[in-house]
Write a protein that binds this ligand. Structure first.
Ligand code: 2P0
Length: 321
């Protein structure tokens, strides 16, 4: 058992959500929350989770000012207690964007949580170790420990994320077109297990995702926007085909989601370097070459059903404030 230092008893960490360009959807059997396939993402600067962890007389979890039981957070803290001697703690976390609505709040949430626990109790974890712990909470959270373009794949017999390309090296922009701020009906963990168990396309999904990952990683390192656009849109549409072919079907889109993707297609036809991606929710994210964010946001803001747009650059990894 590793004893946590008690010199530092409170710390606040900040993390940003990330958007997968090659998607994760499906887990390996067994413990540890290991993805079935590798994934590639970019980190979104404009959306932020802030989490404070403080030593306390008993465990408590407050999200957006509301104290409530959070089994996934409690399970991660308890798992860390299997390795580190951690005292009871008060966790308070806030998102400056809608929670559980397909904007990756669990990614930024678990990345900020592990980073705050690490700082509060001076565990001195390496970023790769924080990433592996964050993955146990939510696999996409492993990627939010890092900034810029980040991969999550098997490394040194564990699944951790690592930065593939620095955010300054290729400053793409992202427009988030929000179409509905309510929480999703089916959580991601439930949805991906349903797809694994029921979709006839699941095997092809896993196999083709490994190929997409290799192509997309190369496109990022070569700053090849057109190749990245093609493989990322294909990964997104295959993900939603997998969801639609699950039983019962997982339908995360609404009419505005479809209208926003049509708008991105029209921009592409007019020569604008942009492509769309959609996660487990109805929001559309348009990734744009540097300098095109405002024009793309302007087009998406005029789409019926888009309630607001957010323009973002690429974000940093999780850090202590
Ligand atoms: C992704 N998503 O790669 C994919 C694309 C949503 C669609 O990772 O079960 O919250 O907690 O590991 O990370 C959302 O799933 O799932 C997700 P768990 P997570 O970003």
């Amino acid at each position: 058992m590793l004893t946590a230092s008690l010199t530092s008893r409170v710390a606040t960490a900040v993390a940003h959500p990330n958007i997968a360009l090659v998607k994760y959807w499906g887990k390996q059997p067994g413990p540890g929350n290991l993805p079935a396939t590798p994934s590639l993402s970019l980190t979104i600067a404009a959306l932020t989770t802030t989490t404070q962890v403080e030593a306390a007389v008993r465990d408590s979890i407050r999200i957006g000012g509301e104290t409530r039981p959070e089994p996934k957070i409690q399970a991660l803290v308890d798992a860390m207690r299997g390795i580190f001697e951690l005292p009871p703690m008060a966790i308070a976390t806030d998102n400056d964007f809608p929670t559980g609505a397909g904007l990756a709040s669990s990614a930024s949430g678990f990345a900020a949580l592990v980073t705050a626990i690490d700082a509060t109790f001076a565990l001195r974890l390496a970023p790769s170790a924080r990433s592996a712990w964050a993955r146990r909470g939510s696999a996409s959270a492993a990627r939010s420990v890092f900034g810029g373009f980040t991969t999550l794949c098997e490394r040194d017999a564990d699944w951790t994320a690592a930065e593939l390309l620095d955010k300054e090296a290729w400053p793409l922009e992202v427009v988030v077109a929000v179409t509905d701020e309510s929480p999703k009906a089916v959580p991601s963990s439930t949805g991906m297990e349903r797809s694994r168990a029921t979709s006839p396309f699941y095997g092809a999904w896993c196999e083709s995702t490994r190929t997409d990952f290799a192509i997309a990683c190369r496109a990022v390192t070569e700053r090849d926007f057109d190749t990245l656009a093609r493989v990322a849109e294909h990964s997104c549409l295959k993900l939603h085909a997998l969801m639609l072919s699950s039983r019962p079907a997982l339908v995360y889109w609404n009419p505005a989601t479809v209208a926003a993707t049509d708008a991105v297609r029209k921009l592409q036809e007019a020569g604008t370097p942009t492509f769309f991606t959609i996660d487990a929710g109805p929001q559309v994210k348009a990734v744009c070459a540097p300098g095109y964010g405002e024009a793309v946001a302007d087009a998406l803001a005029h789409v019926a059903g888009v309630v607001r747009t957010v323009i973002s650059g690429l974000g940093s990894g999780a850090y202590v404030r």
